[in-house]
Design a protein around this ligand. Structure first.
Ligand code: PGA
Ligand code: ZN
Length: 427
């Protein structure tokens, strides 16, 4: 049973305050987790509770810490930590708002994750194994989705697209996928240096996108893959997060970089050209979160050969996913525990995804920490894919390195390469 809950203020990879919850059980086992924070957020995701005002840019979390220490603490103390669903439901009920704005999504996610860590610790097993055990899901080693250039809200909108990534579905194992991605990342860095464009990194550790156009970034990505000795579209494919809600609404898209303005049809045509030219196998949020018709049309045109991921569009919400599945929007869902707010709601969304045949990509946020819970979730829940940013900055590397450790255990299952992305790279 839970003996004590304690929240403390720690700091994330953008140097901002965030919530860490520590749960101690009667038997002495301890579980701890830290809330991440997004920058390009969906309007329907759980809201973080921040203090506002001038201090620390309004980003301090003393109200969220108080929510854990004075409201959630008394609520959960003495309860059975193995009853994750019961703990999460109690917090959701106590919060009582649609977007968790009373207790705060940050308070809830840190506490929900801390509880499952404590439960795993009490059983003396790593979190991934505990998750696989309680859900009955087959563990597997995810295909990593690795950022080479950042952009969008993670790089001062230097380019419009938010993530320029590679995936290596043709790798033999996770370690090889990471190694090949590292070669591509390094190759991209030397290309940038040669062109006088190397200017540090963006929020998720990918190279800062000092490009003159979105296409120039895509060209450079393809060149980097080739410089690393790979053929784009074979072992290695390109994956983009357009994060289109950041520059589109009401069916109008305004690309800042090249001053193009277009409607939904124009946006889809632009993406269609990129898909053909740049070995793209996966696209996230190709259209804005309010553009349902566009999402349906895009999925109808490309869903059979592309992974079409809803992030801001689905916000890890089972009801929104079920609705999208009925309408034919997207064929994959990003799983961000802090979008949903609790572990139980994230599991529910993964279950809904499985029922509807949607693929799952467990994902970090642009504001992260040394917390590696999501590495364990991606493995223990057999999600199939993992997206945590680039090959630099230790809040990113902590997750890749944790999967490397876990993958040494044969019980952690097989590497998910090859087939899960359809046939885009198999020509
Ligand atoms: P965010 O971006 O964490 O800044 O919201 C990540 C993503 O869009 O996938
Ligand atoms: Zn996204």
């Amino acid at each position: 049973d839970i003996r004590n809950l304690h929240a403390r203020r720690v700091w994330d990879s953008r140097g901002r305050p965030t919530v860490e919850t520590e749960i101690t059980l009667q038997g002495g086992a301890v579980g701890r987790a830290i809330a991440p924070a997004g920058a390009s957020r969906g309007s329907r995701e759980a809201l973080d509770l921040r203090d506002g005002g001038k201090r620390l840019g309004g980003m301090d979390v003393s109200r969220a810490l108080a929510a854990v220490n004075t409201e959630i603490g008394p609520l959960l103390t003495g309860r059975d930590v193995r009853d994750q669903q019961g703990l999460d439901s109690a917090m959701i009920e106590q919060d009582g708002t649609e977007l968790k704005s009373h207790l705060g999504g940050n308070a809830l996610v840190a506490t929900s994750l801390a509880a499952i860590h404590a439960a795993a610790a009490a059983e003396g097993v790593p979190l991934w194994r505990y998750l696989s055990r309680i859900t009955g899901r087959q563990a597997s080693i995810p295909l990593p989705e690795i950022q080479i250039f950042g952009g969008g809200a993670h790089a001062g909108r230097r380019v419009d697209i938010q993530d320029f990534m590679v995936m290596v579905p043709g790798a033999n194992d996770f370690a090889e996928a990471i190694e090949i991605s590292s070669e591509i990342h390094a190759a991209a860095g030397s290309l940038m240096a040669r062109q006088g464009r190397r200017a540090g990194v963006a929020d998720e550790g990918g190279w800062w996108p000092s490009f003159d156009s979105n296409e120039q970034a895509l060209e450079t990505l393809i060149q980097a893959i080739e410089l690393a000795g790979e053929t784009p579209g074979r072992r290695v494919v390109v994956s983009l997060d357009i994060a289109a809600s950041e520059f589109g609404n009401d069916g109008q898209y305004q690309l800042a970089l090249d001053q193009r303005k277009m409607d939904t049809g124009g946006m889809i045509d632009l993406l269609a050209r990129w898909i053909d030219d740049y070995a793209i196998a996966s696209i996230e949020d190709p259209l804005a979160e309010d553009d349902t018709a566009g999402m349906i049309e895009f999925t109808r045109r490309f869903g059979s050969r592309l992974q079409v991921i809803g992030d801001d569009y689905l916000v890890t919400n089972a009801a929104l996913l079920n609705h999208a599945a009925r309408e034919g929007a997207c064929n994959a869902v990003l799983i961000k525990v802090n979008q949903a707010g609790t572990v139980s709601e994230s599991l529910e969304t993964m279950q809904a995804a499985e029922t509807s045949g949607y693929r799952c990509i467990v994902s970090a946020r642009s504001g992260e920490t040394e917390d590696v819970s999501i590495a364990h979730m991606s493995v223990g829940l057999g999600a199939g894919q993992l997206k945590v940013g680039s090959m630099t900055r230790s809040e990113r590397m902590a997750k890749w390195n944790e999967v490397l450790r876990i993958s040494e255990d044969p019980d952690a299952g097989k590497f998910v390469g090859g087939a899960p992305l359809g046939n885009a790279w198999q020509q």
